[in-house]
Design a protein around this ligand. Structure first.
Ligand code: HEM
Length: 506
């Protein structure tokens, strides 16, 4: 038999390697450009052959894709975002079924007093304690004595609203979901992980490789990961503990998401067994662990940044501030009477909440979906079944057709949700159809009811109590702009929302 070397072509190895690489790239470019099922969709050449522009705008320029897309959409027939939902995979259905009841509106309302109200009180208490300048009637006047400053001053008592509302959201989700958990470092840990998202999206193999790196190595090379890894360990311990307790028949004081996912209770969506009983499919520890981590990650910065935007806009507009306070003061004689059901009925507060969600949706980036059989047509462009498309809530919420009547779509205007005439009612119906901060369909936001409760509770309580909050000088709306790192973050280097407060009016 001839030796193997004689079968290989002669010449330097790199020449052949380069030829193979060039052929592979050419083949991929031609296939993607001319033979891909979506090759007929107009768009720039580079974007049609590779994910690199997405990686460039989101990975290297840190989440700028959502600001580039409107320009591209303006040139191509597909200029508005597409919304299609994907049929749930069986696994998603089972996993979602385990959590759905836990995050239902009923469950959230049941824990209103115990968790949401308590945490909102704590947040307001922190604002009071940190208030900057003294008013005689202010509860913080003893601390502030001798430190009298005017509005817009920059003393030591500026309240760090940015971090406080995120800590508030993490506190609620962890207490709600885990019953007991130290959330102090969680949000910093999550932000670090978010930076990796665009890279994982473009090169999924990196995610697998990342999983193989030992924790000690990751922490040594990049210390900020320490907090993230520690937080994962806490969840891992909780899963093992709850599984052990369930096996021993120990009843918890309050059920957590771990109990919901691990305890094989009856599930109306599950398949029947031979005796006609419907038992939930057992979820593995890995699944329980990753869902618990996801829930916490999904519920922190999303709600935090939306609340932040609302506070900024209200405080910066005397008109909005005045109308909101009047509505709240007319509705509730004292702070104890403030409750979620009544807050949700207030039209002006509802306008504020909707505008915050519209201009600051927690997930502003493009969310991928699979086109279902038999396919779809969008703006006369056919989309074959099985192809992947995406939409961005942020883009949709800035659509001038849906949100351009009266005020510009970029303007925070609670009035656009309040009907005065029949035409207003029509317009608001169209706006509602285009509002997708929580997504739509079977994969929409699991925590919608909790997020809404947090929004109403914080804004209702803060603006009922404080009549002269002021944003720290120098902070602008641009600082609250969004970048797309899967979750919506503010740009690197942006000023954080810090508040100066005077007095609490009881
Ligand atoms: C203002 C606050 C929030 C916004 C704007 C928001 C938005 C979203 C969006 C757009 C999705 C994706 C839906 C889709 O793909 O169509 C999502 C998914 C999800 N959200 Fe939220 N969210 C918020 C708060 C929360 C909170 C407080 C939780 C806590 C439980 C949470 C948990 C989740 C989970 C677990 C998913 C994945 C659902 C699934 O795949 O079945 N979110 N959220």
């Amino acid at each position: 038999m001839a030796p193997i070397e004689t079968l290989l072509p002669s010449g330097p190895w790199w020449l052949y390697a380069s030829l193979v690489l060039i052929s592979w790239i050419s083949f991929t470019v031609i296939r993607r450009r001319y033979f891909h099922p979506l090759s007929h969709v107009p768009g720039p050449f580079l974007w049609s052959i590779s994910n690199l522009p997405i990686l460039y705008h989101n990975g290297i320029r840190e989440g700028q894709l959502m600001h580039v897309l409107p320009k591209l959409h303006a040139k191509a027939p597909i200029r508005a975002p597409v919304l299609l939902t994907v049929k749930s995979s069986d696994e998603h259905r089972v996993r979602r079924a385990a959590l759905n009841p836990f995050f239902s509106r009923r469950s959230v309302l049941e824990l209103e007093q115990q968790i949401i109200k308590t945490k909102t009180e704590k947040l307001c208490g922190m604002i009071i304690q940190t208030c900057l300048y003294e008013h005689d009637e202010s509860p913080c006047s003893t601390e502030a004595k001798g430190d009298k400053k005017g509005k817009g001053g920059t003393g030591n008592n500026i309240f760090d609203m940015h971090n406080a509302i995120r800590a508030y959201a993490v506190d609620i989700i962890t207490e709600y979901a885990y019953a007991n958990y130290d959330a102090s470092d969680y949000q910093e840990a999550i932000r670090v992980v978010q930076l990796l998202f665009p890279w994982f999206q473009t090169f999924p193999v990196l995610m697998t490789l990342f999983g193989w790196i030992p924790d000690w190595f990751t922490i040594t090379v990049f210390p900020p990961f320490k907090k993230w890894i520690e937080s994962l360990e806490t969840v891992r311990v909780a899963v093992t503990k709850v599984r052990g307790e369930i096996e021993m028949g120990i009843k918890p004081d309050r059920r957590t998401i771990f109990h919901e996912m691990i305890d094989p209770e009856l599930d109306p969506l599950a398949d029947e067994d031979v005796k006609g009983r419907k038992f939930r499919t057992q979820l593995s520890d890995v699944i329980v662990f990753s869902d618990a981590v996801n829930v916490t990650g999904a519920g922190a910065d999303t709600t935090g940044s939306t609340i932040g935007r609302a506070i900024f806009e209200v405080v910066n507009s005397p008109e909005i501030y005045g109308k909101l306070r009047k509505e709240l003061r007319d509705a509730f004689p004292d702070v104890e009477s403030i409750n979620l059901r009544a807050l949700e009925k207030l039209p002006y507060l509802t306008g504020v909440v909707k505008e915050a969600l519209r201009l600051n949706p927690g997930l502003p980036g493009h969310l991928p979906r699979l086109v279902l059989s038999p396919g779809a047509t969008f703006n006369s462009v056919p989309l074959p079944p099985g192809t992947s498309i995406s939409m961005s809530a942020w883009l949709m919420h800035h659509d001038p057709v849906a949100f351009g009547t009266g005020q510009e779509p970029t303007v925070f205007d609670p009035e656009r949700w309040i009907p005065h005439t029949r035409e207003d009612e029509e317009r608001i119906r169209m706006q509602e159809r285009c509002m997708v901060p929580f997504g739509k369909g079977s994969r929409n936001c699991l925590g919608q009811a909790l997020a809404m409760a947090e929004l109403y509770s914080t804004l209702g309580n803060i603006f009922w109590r404080f009549d002269d909050l002021v944003v720290e000088e120098g902070m602008t709306r641009e600082d609250l702009g969004l970048v797309e790192l899967f979750l919506g973050y503010h740009p690197r280097g942006a000023r954080k929302l810090r508040i100066l407060t005077g007095r609490e009016v009881r």
